[in-house]
Design a protein around this ligand. Structure first.
Ligand code: ADP
Length: 334
């Protein structure tokens, strides 16, 4: 697994849970979503009824699960956690729905990966607080309507566009999470360092924040590796020197690029003169599958302006040449 992977591993669950902010007021970054969600929750609290269903969309590692937990905490209600892939049959969902308590929050991670049948059951339940439980099979089967107490669904998805419109329309509030500014990552890292009980100075924290790809999950992971380095080779303090040494050891450069990202850029600039070159040719040059280059390296390289997609293939942008310390040929594509 890459140290800059925005997806969390199973082995990280416990430490991640310990680093989650518990209340909206302690959640740094995402000011718009935070303020909007704060309003929705406060109004619901004053009315004494559950808020609209909440959809959170955005790339992995930006705080969707954390916000779902916060919704429940702010409403002072329990939360039930499940995910689209865990609900393959409508019956699985019926079992969850029929056991919800009044006002409970149902967190559905990766909601775009639910089966069609479950999706239909969900949007009817979200609208009418009712499910039809089918009893029996074949021509003798009957649907028994079951009333549900009011509850709140918090759905999370990496792409809201993947949800069918009828389901998407059942969410009264949608919050889109974006990559974090470095300042917000600094705030998050300071808080995490305190929770992990490690001393971290400003230059050390800034060094980590700048390499974290706008993603709190990555920031927290890099912090743990720098802490390890500081404890083994240093004085136990997360400072600039520890950050630089540890991140060099884990192949994360100053822009947050790892070995694969850099290999792609090196091949693009050194072997193909900056491109454009087809992705499969580029993949062969770095000894990877096209799919890996396209899904693992490319999104961040494009987002950060190191690489552009053109109709004739991938091309290096000026930032790529600059980052590698190379001079672009005079006719290099801009
Ligand atoms: P997602 O569900 O979007 O993949 P998570 O909510 O699981 O992301 O967040 C991943 C990790 O990053 C968690 O450990 C969480 O504590 C941390 N994190 C995410 N957003 C924030 C934030 N705004 N402030 C502090 N920590 C955050």
């Amino acid at each position: 697994a890459r140290v800059v992977d925005a997806e969390g591993g199973e082995d990280e669950r416990v430490v991640e849970a310990a680093l989650r902010p518990r209340r909206l007021a302690d959640f740094p970054g995402q000011p718009r979503v935070r303020d909007q969600l704060g309003l929705v929750l406060e109004a619901a609290r004053r009315r004494g009824s559950p808020p609209d269903h909440v959809l959170l969309s955005g790339p992995p590692g930006l705080g969707k699960t954390t916000l779902a937990m916060i919704v429940a905490a702010e409403l002072e209600r329990p939360i039930r956690v499940t995910s689209g892939p865990a609900i393959q049959h409508a019956g699985d969902l019926a079992a969850v729905l029929s056991s919800l308590d009044e006002g409970e929050v149902l967190f559905l991670d990766e909601i775009h990966r639910m089966s069609r049948a479950a999706e239909e059951m969900l949007y009817l339940a979200m609208e009418d607080f009712r499910v039809d439980v089918v009893v029996g099979k074949g021509p003798g089967a009957t649907a028994i309507p079951l009333e549900l107490p009011p509850f709140t669904v918090v759905g999370a998805t990496t792409r809201a566009g993947l949800l069918p419109a009828p389901l998407r329309d059942r969410f009264g509030f949608t919050g889109h999470l974006d990559f974090y500014a470095t300042d917000d990552l600094v705030t998050i890292l300071r808080r995490s360092a305190a929770l992990l009980d490690v001393e971290a100075d400003d230059p050390g924290v800034a060094e980590i924040a700048g390499r974290s790809r706008g993603t709190p999950r990555i920031a927290n992971r890099l912090l743990r590796r720098v802490r390890d380095w500081a404890q083994v080779h240093g004085e136990g303090v997360v400072d600039r020197h520890a950050a630089r040494e540890a991140l060099a050891l884990f192949d994360v450069d100053t822009a947050g690029l790892d070995r694969l990202d850099r290999a792609v850029l090196e091949a693009l600039c050194r072997r193909f003169g900056g491109g454009p070159v087809g992705v499969s040719t580029l993949a062969v040059a770095v000894g990877e599958e096209s799919d890996t280059v396209e899904t693992v390296a490319e999104p961040y390289l494009v987002r950060e302006g190191f690489m552009v997609r053109t109709p004739r293939g991938r091309a290096a942008s000026p930032r790529a040449w600059q980052h590698l310390g190379l001079t672009p040929p005079v006719d290099a594509p801009a």
